[in-house]
Design a protein around this ligand. Structure first.
Ligand code: FES
Length: 174
């Protein structure tokens, strides 16, 4: 058993996104113990706004728990959101720095234009709106992640424009 453990390779994060560092810090703080699973999933959710398969695999591998258990926990507790089904995803940071710099106005603008509330997907399936608590890039406040791209110092007009661009590029591609 020892030899298996000593050969264990430290897993690498699914991408170079700096938000994985927040998760790594949580895992390290808990000594990569399986018992910290909920805590770790919380960190992912707070940083990304939802849990997707890559994140759950990474947590499972890092804590050495079966992926099925991670899915079990993620789907059992209502406070976890699995990756939304909208064609596009906008996660607005509502951490303190972003909140002070107007994250609420960004959310209000999106709600109005797409008729969608945080945690929901628009009726046409085009956009899922999510919120997260601090991406770890507070200097960019107010920040949002739109389809995986971090955008900072946003105004309501700018965030709507960025979302619109994503929606249009999708329309053109299809
Ligand atoms: S509070 Fe928004 S990135 Fe830190």
């Amino acid at each position: 058993m020892m030899s298996v453990i000593s050969k264990y390779k430290k897993p690498t994060p699914p991408s170079s996104d700096t938000r994985w560092k927040l998760l790594e810090a949580t895992m390290r703080r808990h000594g990569y113990k399986a018992s910290s699973l909920i805590e770790c999933l919380h960190t992912v959710q707070e940083a990304f706004g939802y849990l997707d398969e890559d994140a759950m695999r990474y947590v499972a591998y890092s804590l050495r728990v079966p992926l099925s258990k991670v899915y079990g926990v993620a789907t059992f507790y209502h406070f976890f959101t699995l990756k939304p089904q909208g064609r596009h995803t906008c996660v607005v940071c509502t951490g303190t720095a972003c909140y002070i710099k107007g994250a609420g106005n960004l959310i209000a603008a999106i709600e109005k234009k797409y008729d969608v509330k945080p945690g929901e997907t628009s009726a046409d399936g085009e956009l899922s709106l999510l919120t997260a608590r601090c991406f770890g890039c507070c200097g960019l406040a107010p920040a949002a992640v739109i389809d995986g791209e971090v955008a900072g110092k946003l105004t309501p007009d700018e965030i709507l424009e960025r979302i619109e661009k994503k929606v249009k590029s999708h329309d053109n591609a299809s």
